[in-house]
Design a protein around this ligand. Structure first.
Ligand SMILES: Cc1cc2nc3c(=O)[nH]c(=O)nc-3n(C[C@H](O)[C@H](O)[C@H](O)COP(=O)(O)OP(=O)(O)OC[C@H]3O[C@@H](n4cnc5c(N)ncnc54)[C@H](O)[C@@H]3O)c2cc1C
Length: 456
């Protein structure tokens, strides 16, 4: 970008514009996944919706590439692109909670940590992700899966309205009453349709939860996973935990001689009474004796940030996504074979239940692709050193290939990789055709294409 163009861009916005000549550029250009090494033309730290409008208009007038970044957690690095103008929404992170009507409005670049803390001050929460540094924006637009999903639905199911800057540079309010087609599309369709500068969510009375992680021997895996699969079908909606595989982390509650061992994990979150939570967790102990556990009452916001330290900014990431209906013995066997090979302490395989309240919403009511799944699974390769890329990526690919016969078509768009673009139609499922129609209406030139892209 020439100095003149840069000056012109700077003159149109309140927020700072950071270009390759700025000392901050090298750090600011990076996203959460350090495998992504892109050099945008400029990064605009927007401070208002008007800043966002100005950048969209500037980019479209100049025919420049545009990328949009909220929490910057996209594993494929959709929040940046070589030569693009990046709209960085991080400064749009204000949260305003209305405890009377149980709603909360949050800026399009907020993270779940900031949002949960503000809501916790009123004893409220809504469904968000399990790591607090993830962006509210990208996570909600793709659906939004977390501890509260069985009880209260996906994050996008709790969205009441949003303020969206369109590809034409207009600011629209979207809700069930206004611009309902766009409101439908942004609830699961990802960042394909515009830039959300503000989300308003329905909130729920969630303060203290009973939960935390338990780790079991691999030898107990068949019993633990079979029990979980049966339990979760009819489990009370107050239960929002998930099973998975991890290497035992170096944390005080893990016996020193077990750190680094591959184990089966069950992370629980119970939003009902503490006494009932204790009973539910005790029922897991009846299936097998845990190797280690750290379970008890804690604030919801504390559980939401409990694993942040295992996944700091700067790791290398490669992930795969799958939807699963059930876990027959044959599938459990495959999970155990590949789960036993977890290569790194930050790597994780999680099977997030998406039944309960997620199934109360009809398949066509929002754009989210798969209301028929019981689990949204992620095989999350996360490791610190780029020299280990081949080995970690191989583990993720082998695991994914092995379980594919036991999965539904497609995967959760927010867990899918850059090399999953060919699966876009499957990922959005039966809503894909309608999503394309809305895309043609609001973004016919595909301005917003750094995402699991729905071509107009
Ligand atoms: C450590 C980690 C934990 C995770 N845990 C969960 C989890 O528990 N549950 C879950 O559902 N997902 C989870 N995810 C996946 C997560 O939902 C996606 O990575 C999501 O894209 C992150 O959103 P972001 O705003 O941080 O990302 P970004 O990289 O900023 O953006 C991702 C995409 O969303 C678009 N986007 C972001 N904000 C906006 C906005 N305001 N308006 C328009 N477009 C926008 C971007 O253009 C881009 O295409 C996790 C990811 C990581 C890395």
């Amino acid at each position: 970008m020439t100095t003149q163009t840069m000056d012109s861009l700077r003159s149109k916005v309140n927020g700072p514009v950071i270009g390759p000549a700025d000392p901050a550029f090298e750090d600011v250009r990076k996203v959460y996944n350090f495998m992504i090494d892109r050099r945008p033309a400029a990064i605009v730290r927007c401070q208002t919706a008007d800043d966002v409008v100005a950048v969209v208009r500037h980019a479209t007038d100049a025919g420049a590439e545009l990328a949009v970044r909220g929490g910057a957690h996209s594993v494929p690095g959709f929040g940046t692109a070589d030569g693009a103008i990046v709209i960085d929404l991080a400064q749009l992170s204000a949260v305003s909670v209305n405890p009377t009507n149980r709603t909360a409005t949050v800026g399009g670049g907020a993270t779940w940590g900031g949002f949960n803390d503000a809501a916790a001050a009123h004893g409220l929460a809504t469904t968000g992700g399990i790591v607090s540094t993830t962006g509210v924006g990208g996570l909600t637009l793709g659906g939004g899966i977390g501890y509260l999903a069985r009880g209260y639905g996906l994050s996008c199911d709790n969205l009441l309205s949003a303020q969206v800057v369109t590809a034409a540079g207009e600011i629209l309010t979207v809700s069930a009453e206004e611009n309902a087609d766009l409101f439908w599309a942004i609830r699961g369709g990802g960042g394909n349709f515009g830039i959300v500068t503000e989300f308003t969510f329905r909130m729920h009375p969630v303060a203290q939860i009973y939960g935390g992680p338990m780790f079991f021997e691999l030898a107990d895996g068949p019993a633990v996973l079979a029990h979980f699969d049966e339990f979760i079908r009819t489990a009370p909606r107050e239960y929002g935990g998930f099973p998975g595989f991890h290497l035992a982390p170096p944390l005080p509650f893990v016996p020193e001689d077990r750190v680094g061992d591959p184990l089966v994990a069950v992370v629980s979150c119970w939003t009902g009474s503490m006494a009932d939570g204790e009973k539910i967790v005790a029922s897991l102990r009846e299936v097998a004796r845990p190797v280690a556990e750290h379970v008890g009452p804690m604030p919801y916001a504390a559980l939401n940030s409990a694993f942040d330290a295992l996944v700091p900014r700067g790791l290398q990431h490669y992930w795969k996504a799958a939807y699963i209906r059930d876990l027959p013995a044959e599938a459990i066997d495959i999970h155990l074979r590949h789960g036993a090979l977890v290569p790194n302490v930050s790597c994780a395989v999680h099977l997030y239940p998406v039944n309960g309240a997620c199934h109360d919403v009809g398949a066509a009511e929002t754009a989210f692709g798969h209301r028929d799944a019981t689990y949204a699974a992620v095989i999350a390769g996360m490791w610190p050193d780029a020299v280990e890329n081949d080995a970690n990526i191989r583990w993720v690919k082998d695991y994914y290939a092995a379980i594919t016969p036991h999965t539904l078509a497609g995967g959760y768009v927010n867990f899918a990789s850059a090399d999953d673009q060919s699966k876009v139609a499957e990922n959005y499922g039966s809503n894909f055709a309608r999503l394309r129609e809305v895309k043609r209406r609001y973004d016919p030139s595909n301005v917003f294409h750094h995402n699991q892209n729905i071509e107009p």
